[in-house]
Design a protein around this ligand. Structure first.
Ligand SMILES: Nc1nc2c(ncn2[C@@H]2O[C@H](COP(=O)(O)OP(=O)(O)O)[C@@H](O)[C@H]2O)c(=O)[nH]1
Ligand SMILES: [Mg+2]
Length: 485
């Protein structure tokens, strides 16, 4: 438990070999990068790289980008490898490239790293990799570069995960949070809570028993205070997770309402394109249509549905079934009503059904005369008059929608947002254990009992940063990465 990183790196084994992978996406690109990491990086690269300045690669200064020729060593030549073969010396030439050497520990992995930037063709990069492997490197596993950065203590686990979140970010808000995690902000917060628990643990385990008569109450109260504070910190973090998920993965927003109230028109208006078919015929939309919009940096997955009504049409009925499923899985429901007509019983039923969910009511067709929002069934519902046709009221509805989904606290420098299910889970377990520890202390239980729960909480927090981890957790995390990252 709580093993130092260096020891862990030794236990993991294999950090003394040199790994290699194509770090850029497959397919054609202006440039492509092959990356090497490990003690033999320079030696492996020198088999294929000839600096244009004539110096040996081993003389390459760290963090300098130099022009080089890439050559296929003769031992690597195979009949099945299509090489350019017009002139004898040129036959070995693979490409020209820029080469950079990043000397340990000043690299992403904290190991010796060489990156070769050639032209981005599958053949060039594939051959380059092949030669590196024949020269002693091993093909990297998915996420292995980042895993090494973790094992070498360059990144903690939450930072390593933030690397993936950065690559996968689909909204500027998601990217913003990933970058803050990458800078270690989440880790710092978690480490502080963990450190205070470890202090408590040390005292408890040193034999100070809360219930013993000779222990001053102040001490017991002090321990209680520390545990309570850690508890509050953990709950605060955990509470950000729901919003965090929305910021990272986007929010599912489902448009609901009777046929013909203007749901598809609203979707089109929000997308600023004619995505869904709009007609005056009720029951036009029979399937679930999903499109994404960027709402001030927050990704919203808008889902237009078949209008809810009783129907004998088989296709429409299937559509309505899908509407119900979408409704259950939604982060927010947009209830569209026809503002030109009095509410129907279906409308009232729908309002009732959404009242305990996050929702907005949109009274559509405000460009036409009608009863508006006079109906008492609307009382208590956040209601906005809009016209999907003219765009009136849409901006206000959009702001209200964003405000309901994200409070905006994530933008402030003080608050840390949890976006990762794994982290939320660990926080929940830590909170539960601390709750039990508090009960034990207050119930006058023995110190050993208290320490078990405090230890469990500290370990759960340690899982977030990777201070406590298992091969299984590491495997799960890094297997989500692509090869070369
Ligand atoms: N005047 C007016 N007509 C609208 C508005 N929104 C939709 N409509 C019309 O209402 C009908 C039904 O619209 P549609 O978007 O297909 O409704 P859906 O069945 O709820 O998807 C169409 O004829 C639209 O042109 C609006 O804001 N004002
Ligand atoms: Mg429709």
């Amino acid at each position: 438990m709580g093993m130092p990183l260096s020891e862990r790196a030794v236990m993991q084994g294999g950090l003394d070999d040199t790994i290699c992978a194509i770090a850029t996406p497959m397919g054609e690109g202006g440039i492509g990068i092959v990356r090497l990491s490990g003690p033999q990086s320079l030696a492996v690269a020198s088999r294929v790289v000839r600096l244009r300045n004539g110096h040996p690669l081993s003389s390459l200064a760290s963090h300098r980008l130099l022009l080089a020729d890439l050559l296929i060593p003769s031992s690597s030549k195979r009949n099945d490898v299509p090489l350019p073969h017009d002139r004898a010396p040129a036959a070995d030439l693979l490409d020209e490239a820029l080469v950079v050497y990043m000397k340990a520990p000043r690299s992403f992995t904290a190991e010796d790293v060489v990156e070769i930037q050639s032209h981005g063709g599958a053949l060039v990069l594939g051959l380059l990799c092949k030669v590196c492997i024949e020269s002693g490197a091993r093909m990297a596993e998915p996420g292995e570069f980042t895993k090494r950065a973790f094992l070498n203590g360059r990144l903690d686990l939450s930072q390593a995960e933030a690397v993936l979140d950065t690559i996968r970010a689909t909204s500027s808000a998601g990217l913003h949070i990933a970058q803050r995690h990458l800078r270690g902000e989440l880790a710092r917060e978690v480490d502080q809570a963990r450190a205070s628990l470890l202090t408590v643990l040390a005292q408890v385990e040193a034999g100070i028993d809360f219930v013993a008569e000779d222990i001053a109450f102040l001490q017991r109260d002090e321990l209680l205070r520390i545990v309570k504070e850690a508890c509050a910190r953990i709950h605060r973090l955990e509470a950000t997770a729901q919003e965090g998920r929305i910021l990272r993965d986007g929010a599912r927003v489902v448009i609901l309402g009777r046929p013909n109230v203007g749901k598809s028109s609203l979707l089109n208006r929000l997308l600023k394109e004619e995505r869904a078919i709009v007609t005056a015929v009720p029951g036009t939309t029979r399937d679930v249509i999903e499109e994404s919009i960027d709402l001030d940096g927050v990704m919203i997955r808008l889902i237009d549905t078949a209008g809810l009504r009783d129907t004998d049409d088989l296709v429409e009925r299937e559509g309505i079934k899908r509407t119900r499923t979408a409704q259950e899985e939604a982060d927010l429901l947009l209830v569209v009503l026809d503002g030109t007509a009095p509410l129907t019983s279906d409308d009232r039923e729908l309002l009732q059904a959404v009242s305990d969910r996050k929702h907005l009511v949109l009274l559509n067709k405000s460009d036409l005369a009608g009863p508006g929002n006079a109906d008492s069934a609307l009382v208590g519902h956040p209601t906005y008059a809009i016209s999907a046709k003219t765009g009136a009221g849409i901006d206000r509805a959009k702001s209200a929608l964003r405000a309901q989904l994200v409070a905006g606290g994530f933008e402030s420098a003080e608050s840390i947002t949890v976006t990762n299910v794994r982290h939320r889970d660990a926080l929940r377990r830590a909170g539960e254990s601390l709750g039990q520890a508090l009960e034990s202390v207050q119930g006058g239980m023995a110190g050993e009992l208290v320490s078990i729960d405090v230890r469990a909480a500290a370990d759960a927090l340690g899982e977030i940063t990777g201070a406590i981890t298992t091969d299984e957790i590491l495997g799960q995390i890094f297997s989500q990465f692509c090869i070369g990252k």
